[in-house]
Design a binder for this molecule. Sequence first.
Ligand code: EPZ
Length: 434
Amino acid sequence: MSDTFVIKGLGGQKTLRGTVAITGAKNAALKVLAATVLFRDTVTLKNIPEINDVQQITELLRNMGAEISHPNTSEYKVSIPQNFSTELSPSIVKRLRASVVITGPTLARFGKVSFSSPGGCLIGARPIDLFIEGFKKMGAKVTFKNDSYSIVAPQGLRGAEFFLKNQSVTVTETFVFAGVLAQGITTIKNAAMEPEIVDLVDFLNKCGAKIFGAGTPTITITGGKLLSAKKHIYQTMPDRIDAGSFLILGALTAKKLRIIHCNPAHLESPIEALRSAGVSIETKKNEIIVRAPTKIKPLNIKTHEYPGFPTDLQAPMTVFLTQAEGESRVFETIFESRLNYTEALTGIGARFVVMDPHRVLVQGKTELCGKKIISPDLRAGLAFVIAAIVAKGESVIHNVNTTIDRGYEDIERRLKDIGVDIERRSEDEEIVCN
Ligand code: EPZ
C-alpha cells in the first residue's frame, strides 16, 4: 500500500492564513534515541515527532534488545539492557542512514558492533569513510566482508584527535557519543555546528558527560563513564526544517501565517534570503509571522553547513524561486544528486537551466500547473507539496508514506488547518522512482 496526496492548488492566490505548530526536530530525535545506549538507566524523551523515521530507529533499537515504551504521544522511555545486541538490522540500516549513529555508542559501551553498508541514496553517494577512519583512530579493528562491517575494540575505545575532511553532522554526533565512553580525551576538529548537536550535547552534559565546544568547530570530550538520566528529561528542540518549509510556503501563499513553537534564531539564513526577495517576516522568540509579497525578487542561494543556508531547505526554496520575477541561481554544495528533482518540476511548468550536477538557473516567473508527480525523497517531496499548493488545478503526489511521512508529522492536518485543500488517498502499489 502507498499513500497519495491530492491537492487542489491556489493558482497563485495568497489566501492561506492561520497558525501552524512546529514539531520536535527529526534530526535531533533520531540521534537522542541512538544516544540512549550511553545511559545506565531509563531515559525519558519528550517532544519526539511522530514520524516514520522515528518508528524505524525505535524498531532497530528494539531489535537489538532495548526496552522502549511510548506512554504518551511524542514521549518515549528507553532502557538499554546488559545483553543488548551489537548487530544492527541490515534492512533498517539500508532504509535509514541515520541509524549508523548507533554504532558509536554501541562500540564504545559493548566493545563491538556490526552493521551492513548503508549505501548511497537518491540525494548522493553518502560515504561512511569518516566513521571507519575515526573508529580505527580510537583503537578499534575493522573488518569488511560481504557488504558488512564488523568492528571490535575488546579493551574499549581510547580518546583520539581527528580533523573531519567534511563537516559531517552524523560523523560529529557519532564521535561525540563514542568519546563519552572512551578512555581519555577525544577532540573533533572541523566539527559540524548544527543546532541539533548543541541540543544533544546540552542534554548529555546535564546527565554527566563532559563535552565542550558544541556549536563551534572544535569539540572536546573527556570520556569514561556511563551517563544517568535520573534527574533529567530530554525535550527535543523545534524542527528548523519543518519551520523553514512552512515559512517558504507562507512566503508564497499566505495572507498571514503564524508559525509557532519554533526557534527563529536557527533560521537566520533562510529568513535573510526571503527578506531580500521582498517577503515580510516578523520574528519573536518562538514564533514567526510571514506574509506573501505581491512580487518576489530573484536571488542566488548557495547551501552551506550551519549557519549557512540548509541543504534540507534547498528544494522548497527552489520552488519559491520559480515564482520570482527574473533569474535566480541555486548552488547545492553538500550533496551531488540533490537537484535531480528539478526535472519533475519542469513537468509542471517550472523552467530551469541545469549548469552542472550542483547548479541550476531558475527562470522565473512561471505558472505551475497541477499534474501527477512522484515524490522522490523526503525534502523534495515536501517541495512538491508546496509547488502543488501554488499551482493551478489538481496535483496528485505519489509515494507519500515512503518519503514525506518519514519526516513531517501529521502534515495534511497542519496544511488543512491553514486553508490548503489536501486529501490523503491509499493506493495499491508504490510507484518506483528512477
Ligand atoms: C545530516 O546528514 C542530516 N541527516 C541530513 O538531513 C542533512 O541533509 C545533512 O546532515 C547536512 O545538513 C541527519 O541528521 C540524520 P553529512 P549526514 O554526513 O550527517 C560527507 C534530511 O533530509 N561525508 O553531514 O548524513 C557527505 O558525503 C537529511 O533530514 C563524507 O565524506 O550528512 C557530504 O558531502 C538528509 N564521509 C558531507 O559529508 C563520511 O563518512 C555532509 O554529509 C560522511 C559524510
